[in-house]
Write a protein that binds this ligand. Structure first.
Ligand SMILES: *[C@@H]1O[C@H](CO)[C@@H](O)[C@H](O)[C@H]1NC(C)=O
Ligand SMILES: *[C@@H]1O[C@H](CO)[C@@H](O)[C@H](O)[C@H]1NC(C)=O
Ligand SMILES: *[C@@H]1O[C@H](CO)[C@@H](O)[C@H](O)[C@H]1NC(C)=O
Ligand SMILES: *[C@@H]1O[C@H](CO)[C@@H](O)[C@H](O)[C@H]1NC(C)=O
Ligand SMILES: *[C@@H]1O[C@H](CO)[C@@H](O)[C@H](O)[C@H]1NC(C)=O
Length: 468
């Protein structure tokens, strides 16, 4: 009895000690970033927790870690009715004329349509941006999310300053929260939301909302801006998606957003990745110049280097500032510690030590092979690039690998840009082990190996050094 009790106390002490040590180590590292090893490096990590309910991993966001700031108040103070001095980017006419000549692109109208896509209903161009773009005039940032991620939209717009095409997963009762979130962003933040953002909505045919208003009856009343937007006050467990244990169909969203973009050049990305300012004008100027590696015959995409910064830091404004932050440890390359192979770009060290220069150029032309065989680059590309496999879910991981394989076999050049980069929304996320996700990842691995990979070999062929 006594010894039992003694060993119990010892065990308890041991547990307390281990837990303390764990917390201590993780909260004291220079940039305290703890991430689950993510083979495919998705950024919308918190989406998973919603699907997994209480048996899944906990997702502790920045909001939990910094109690001193009321996140709702802070968001509203910094984002409501922001008067931004930025105007939607307008590249120089002579440059965009040249872009049209070089790309021979074709303009696309922005027309709402309801259409089925596999197991999903899609409301394409459900809420369209007021400013329409000709194909050579800009670059469209294309992305996917659900309403719980829409706090990212204004900071993203402030930096991108150009068209955004976003596909929102909104099954069942998540639909109304999605509409309210859009209404809040359009009526209560910056006019750039109405001007530049086109929203598409999709949901499974098994989870159609009770009511879907026609585009023209939406937003008849202005949104009451005193109300807290749904994306600032929600619990993941109460989302419809979580209650029904739905998977997040990340690649349906990616493809919908991409296909609807009006411009020739697109930046398919994750909504928490904010680009460095002025990418659009500088990139189009580079395209118009059309020299050096741009004259290569291979198909090409233009990857951006990705970084993350600690929670209390500003997102750097330019490469000079980014390099200072890398030097003092407030910024680090994305997933540096846990999955260097996923996001490290070729010549990353050289990139980081090179001074900022004028304009935008190709820093290095790399390939997705050798050390970079599992690289999941985020890049500026075009509609000609392979899409994403819609059978893959966010929870199952490896959701961009099949596209990567196709790019490799098609002999794409990866033209890394010198002064442009992406920074993840500042903050720390902590994950626990997630057995359900590990199980789904195992199934996805099998699906890719047994079914998808053989298909890709038939469709695209094989090339030495390419792998999924
Ligand atoms: C807007 O919401 C606030 C807070 O709930 C409420 O007090 C106010 O009456 C509402 N205004 C309108 C016009 O509905
Ligand atoms: C957040 O939502 C809950 C439940 O819907 C509500 O009771 C609460 O008043 C909301 N908080 C704010 C600050 O609006
Ligand atoms: C970079 O941004 C910082 C902070 O906004 C600014 O002070 C600096 O002048 C900028 N440097 C360059 C080269 O643009
Ligand atoms: C790191 O550098 C950035 C950019 O120069 C600066 O804003 C920040 O205060 C620095 N932080 C520390 C801890 O030195
Ligand atoms: C980079 O910029 C710094 C500060 O402006 C300068 O001292 C240094 O010589 C530059 N390095 C190169 C290789 O141009």
């Amino acid at each position: 009895m006594y010894t039992n009790r003694k060993s119990y106390i010892l065990k308890l002490l041991l547990v307390v000690f281990v837990v303390y040590g764990f917390v201590h180590v993780f909260t004291n590292s220079a940039v305290p970033v703890i991430r689950e090893m993510q083979e495919s490096g998705r950024n919308l990590a918190a989406l998973g927790s919603a699907n997994l309910g209480s048996s899944g991993f906990e997702d502790i966001t920045v909001k939990d870690i910094i109690p001193a700031v009321d996140p709702i108040k802070n968001y509203i103070e910094t984002h409501q009715n922001v008067v931004m001095d930025v105007q939607p980017s307008k590249p120089v006419p002579s440059i965009i004329d040249k872009v049209r000549e070089v790309t021979k692109c074709v303009d696309k109208p922005m027309v709402p349509k309801i259409q089925q896509r596999g197991d999903y209903w899609v409301l394409y161009n459900y809420i369209t941006a007021e400013i329409s773009h000709r194909c050579h005039e800009s670059i469209t940032y294309t992305t996917h999310a659900d309403f719980s991620f829409m706090d990212n939209l204004v900071p993203l717009l402030e930096r991108w300053n150009g068209p955004i095409s976003i596909a929102l997963h909104a099954p069942g009762t998540d639909f109304q929260n999605t509409i309210d979130s859009i209404a809040y962003l359009r009526d209560c933040t910056t006019p750039m939301v109405k001007e530049l953002v086109t929203f598409h909505i999709y949901f499974s045919t098994k989870h159609v909302p009770k009511e879907v208003p026609k585009e023209d009856s939406l937003f008849a009343e202005p949104y009451n801006c005193s109300l807290v937007p749904p994306f600032m006050n929600f619990s993941s467990e109460n989302m419809y998606k979580a209650q029904k244990k739905l998977l997040y169909p990340v690649n349906v969203g990616r493809n919908v957003a991409r296909e609807m973009a009006q411009t020739h050049f697109i930046l398919p990305s994750d909504i928490e990745l904010y680009p460095s300012p002025n990418v659009i004008e500088k990139f189009l100027a580079m395209i118009a110049e059309n020299k050096g590696p741009l004259l290569n015959k291979n198909p090409r995409v233009f990857p951006l280097t990705i970084f993350e910064v600690s929670a209390n830091q500003q997102v750097p404004e330019n490469k000079t500032q980014l390099r200072e932050m890398l030097a003092n440890g407030t910024a680090i390359p994305f997933h540096k510690k846990l999955c260097p192979g996923c996001h490290t770009v070729p010549k990353a060290k050289e990139w980081q030590s090179a001074n900022e220069t004028e304009g935008l150029h190709v820093f290095h032309v790399g390939k997705r092979n050798g050390k970079f065989v599992h690289w999941e680059p985020i890049f500026i590309g075009t509609h000609a690039d392979p899409l994403y496999d819609e059978r893959l879910s966010w929870e199952g991981k490896m959701d961009k690998m099949t596209q990567g394989y196709a790019l490799c076999v098609l002999n794409y050049d990866f033209m890394i840009l010198d002064n442009a980069f992406l920074v993840h929304k500042p903050g720390i996320k902590i994950y626990k082990k997630d057995p359900r996700r590990a199980m789904l990842a195992g199934k996805t691995h099998q699906l890719i190996n047994k079914i998808i990979f053989p298909e890709l070999k038939v469709l695209y062929g094989v090339r030495k050094g390419c792998a999924v």
